[in-house]
Write a protein that binds this ligand. Structure first.
Ligand code: IMP
Ligand code: MG
Length: 189
């Protein structure tokens, strides 16, 4: 298998608990390239600081930053939300904070998925309090009809039905992050 090309081949170890492909590897790849071009245009005068939200955004961040043709800077934060594995409680704990200063920076938060929107809402307030010049969001996935908090998202990869999904960074109990496509999850949680 060519590891340099995104593929839709579903590994044997993963097949049992995965349902349909929600976004194929090619669709992910093409859309990330489009988002990268758009960000390159929009931020040409002021290259952004990309802030990835660990761990779900690792695959997206890795591909997106390479699709942006600007001297971007990259940092990560880790948050953990209390509650059951597949539902957020909206109470967010910062597990790893940023290493760089946000003062007067154009900050672009890179998120895997916006479900209820509670995590992002918390992050926006938290990061906004550090006086960035601008604060926008690039979310790979947004779940249809689920947002409990109104979000203005500057960049969205795909709007998907409100199912639990895995792959391309998204996990169940830390598994399935290393798949190139995004699938519905049908197994036990
Ligand atoms: P929200 O606060 O409900 O918007 O969701 C917060 C976080 O829950 C996301 O950033 C993901 O890390 C995780 N999450 C939400 N939906 C899914 C999913 O379908 N698969 C995997 N993780 C998810
Ligand atoms: Mg996330």
């Amino acid at each position: 298998m060519d590891r340099h090309a995104p593929h839709d081949f579903t590994a044997k170890w993963a097949q049992q608990d995965l349902g349909e492909v929600v976004v194929s590897a090619k669709e992910v790849h093409d859309r990330v390239c489009e988002l990268g071009h758009q960000i390159t245009k929009d931020y040409a005068a002021n290259p952004p600081l990309l802030v990835g939200v660990l761990k779900g955004a690792i695959n997206f961040m890795s591909d997106l930053m390479r699709a942006i043709e600007l001297p971007v800077e990259v940092d990560f934060m880790a948050v953990s939300s209390y509650g059951a594995a597949t539902k957020t409680s909206g109470v967010v704990r910062i597990v790893k904070d940023l290493d760089v200063d946000l003062l007067n920076r154009d900050v672009l938060v890179v998120e895997d998925v916006v479900d209820s929107g509670l995590t992002l809402n918390y992050l926006r307030q938290y990061l906004g309090a550090r006086s960035p010049a601008s604060l926008e969001v690039c979310a790979l996935l947004v779940k249809e009809g689920e947002q409990r908090v109104e979000q203005s998202l500057k960049y969205v990869g795909f709007v998907i039905p409100s199912h639990f999904v895995v792959g391309y960074g998204l996990d169940v109990n830390e598994r399935y992050r290393n798949l190139d496509a995004i699938y519905t999850y049908t197994g036990e949680v």
